[in-house]
Structures are given as C-alpha cells and as structure tokens.
Design a protein around this ligand. Structure first.
Ligand SMILES: [Zn+2]
Length: 359
C-alpha cells in the first residue's frame, strides 16, 4: 500500500481544525511524533537536540517529511519548567529520557527564594521558544506547531520530588497550594511567550494520575491549577489545549473535561468506547494504542489491528477523535510500526469509515 494511493485532500492543519470544530474532513488525524526515529534516519544525534533550536527544528521537519507527522513539536515537556526554576535535569547521551537529579525545593523555605523564571533566559526554555519560531516560519501555514508543557501538579512534583510532594498533600496542604501556585505562574510565563509565536499547546500531567493520587486529591490539588492553565491557554492561543494524564483516569474524566481541555489524551488502560459515552459529547478523544505491548514489541500487523479497534470504538465520537498511542512513543519502537500507525489513519480512518467491512 503506497502513501500516494491515499492522497490526502487536506493539510494537517485544515484537518485538525475541521475535526475540532465539527466540520467535514477527509480522514481521522494521527497524532504521534517520531522525532527520535527521524533524527536517527537523518543522522542527527538526539542528544544535540537538547541544546540546539536548529537541530530540534531540523528533526521535526524530517519527522513530518519522512513519516507524515501531522504536528511538529518543541517544548519543555515534563521537566523544562522545573529546570528553569532551579531543579537539575540530566540529559543522558544514551537513548534514555532526561530525568531530574536534584530538586529545587528541599524544604519549605526554599520556595520563598524562587522567582518566576524568565523563559527567554532560564534553562532550556529559550531553545524551545526559538525552535517554535523556526517551525512556525517553515511549516506553520500547513502543519500545526505545538508546544508541550507539564501540568502544574507535575511541575510541583518536579520542583519538590514526587514523594515529598505527595507527603505535603497530607501534612502541609497550605504549602502544597503555594507550591502549585508557583508552578502554575512559572508555566504561564512560558506559555505567554510561546503563544505569541502562534502555536497550539498540549498539557501532560502524569504525576496527577489516579494511580498516584486519589480522585479527591486530584480535585483539590490538580484540578484548580489545570483549569486556570487551560483557561489561560485558550484565551492566549484561541484553542483549548489537549490534556494527557497517564493510567486509569476513568474516575476523573468529567473533571478532566471540566478543566476546559479540548482533547482528552487517554492511556491504553482505559476503554475509548466508555470514554465516548461518558465525555465524548464534551471533548475530542485521543488514543490509545498500547505503546509497549503493541508499538514497541508488536509487528506492523498488530499495530494495524489495534488501530482499527481504536477507530471502531471512537471514530464517531461526537466531539471528534484522533488516532494516537496511549502514552509516549518508545524510543526503540520499530520504524515499520510507526509507518503502520500512520497507514491505519490514512487507510481505515478515511471517510466513509465502514468498520463493518473490515472483518
Ligand atoms: Zn502517559
């Protein structure tokens, strides 16, 4: 099956805008960003991308050209805001994700000494902002340019350390809220600058997963700050952000929709058909092919089968559906599997969608 036999009628930008505004579109979008794989294919060391806006942009352009990635991305991700505020992030040369080696806030008094980081000066934020500007200039008329930020709960955990922060929720609620407020303000300082370039914004808040905290704690500590962040993003960019939370989020789907997020990105542990019934009339859904079992360990045929299953369950979601993985794309997922997921969107996600004929 060649790519050309399923020629797209719309640009990725036109398609996602149509999906999210309820207008007709040619096929279901596919949202994965295989930048590590693209970097390898064009001979760019992924490590160099941590330090160069030009390399980030080069790899994102390759991801669009080689795989047909339907959005290009640069941004602070899970650690960038905490790093800008004072936590230390390690960037491994091997194919491992960056991690925090030292947290900015060891005791309560440390928070008082922190100021909201200037995103044009601190950490790697200037690199992300410059990369976004290059991507907007190069591709912005036809491909959505997105920046990814962590939710305030995750930023707070990355400033304090996850275990001490989760203890604070029980032992020092007032401090936890002050820390969350600081995390929100620091994130917003970056978001305000990013929004000026004309990008869309996605939020991931993995530490706010109900695998780690109760739905009650989610509502008390994560929800109010996510709601403020999503509201500000919508007013600054004109688009409601997407929101990803890992794990079984079923008990907080309504809260996730109440934040004002326009797209809920769901983990593979939850059922898209159930999400469609519960929140599908309020938000678009995105997900949820298994990143490890299928994308990393499976064969292209397995990816196609699971993608068809996701499409079958969610293509008719009232507020729209985007084919994607349930969580991050493993760095070592086979390239054929990535092509297979895009193929599934082009072949089986094309209108008219007729799941009964797929057998
Ligand atoms: Zn996740």
């Amino acid at each position: 099956m060649t790519k050309s036999s399923y020629a797209d009628e719309m640009t990725p930008k036109e398609r996602i805008e149509a999906v999210l505004s309820g207008k007709p579109f040619d096929r279901i979008p596919c949202s994965i960003n295989p930048h590590y794989h693209a970097a390898k294919l064009i001979g760019v060391n992924h490590w160099d991308c941590y330090f160069s806006a030009e390399k980030v942009a080069e790899v994102q352009l390759a991801s669009h050209q080689i795989f047909g990635a339907e959005a290009v991305i640069a941004g602070p991700g899970l650690h960038g805001i905490a790093e800008a505020a004072g936590s230390t992030v390690v960037y491994p040369k091997e194919e491992n994700s960056p991690y925090i080696s030292e947290f900015a806030i060891r005791e309560e008094g440390d928070l008082e000494r922190l100021t909201v980081p200037n995103p044009w000066v601190k950490g790697h934020l200037p690199i992300h902002l410059s990369a976004l500007q290059i991507l907007i200039d190069r591709l912005g008329t036809k491909v959505p340019v997105t920046t990814n930020v962590a939710g305030p709960f995750t930023v707070a955990a990355n400033l304090r350390g996850t275990e001490p922060f989760l203890r604070d929720l029980y032992q020092n609620s007032e401090f936890a809220h002050r820390l969350l407020h600081y995390a929100l303000e620091s994130t917003l300082a970056y978001v305000r600058e990013a929004a000026k370039t004309g990008v869309k914004i996605s939020i991931a808040d993995p530490t706010a997963s109900t695998s780690l905290i109760s739905p009650g704690h989610f509502y008390e500590y994560a929800f109010p700050y996510l709601e403020k962040l999503a509201g500000q993003i919508k007013s600054l960019t004109g688009s409601a952000p997407s929101l990803h939370i890992c794990g079984n989020t079923k008990k907080i789907w309504q809260h996730m929709a109440d934040t004002g997020a326009g797209i809920l990105s769901l983990d593979d542990t939850v059922d898209l058909a159930a999400a469609k019934i519960t929140v599908g009339s309020r938000t678009a859904l995105l997900g949820n092919v298994k990143p490890t079992a299928t994308m990393f360990l499976g064969k292209p045929a397995d990816v196609l089968e699971e993608a068809k299953e996701c499409l079958r369950k969610a293509y008719d979601n009232p507020k729209g559906y985007i084919l994607a993985l349930g969580c991050g794309l493993p760095m070592k997922a086979p390239v054929e599997n990535i092509h297979a997921l895009f193929q599934a969107a082009r072949e089986f996600g094309r209108y008219p969608i007729e799941p009964e004929s797929w057998n």
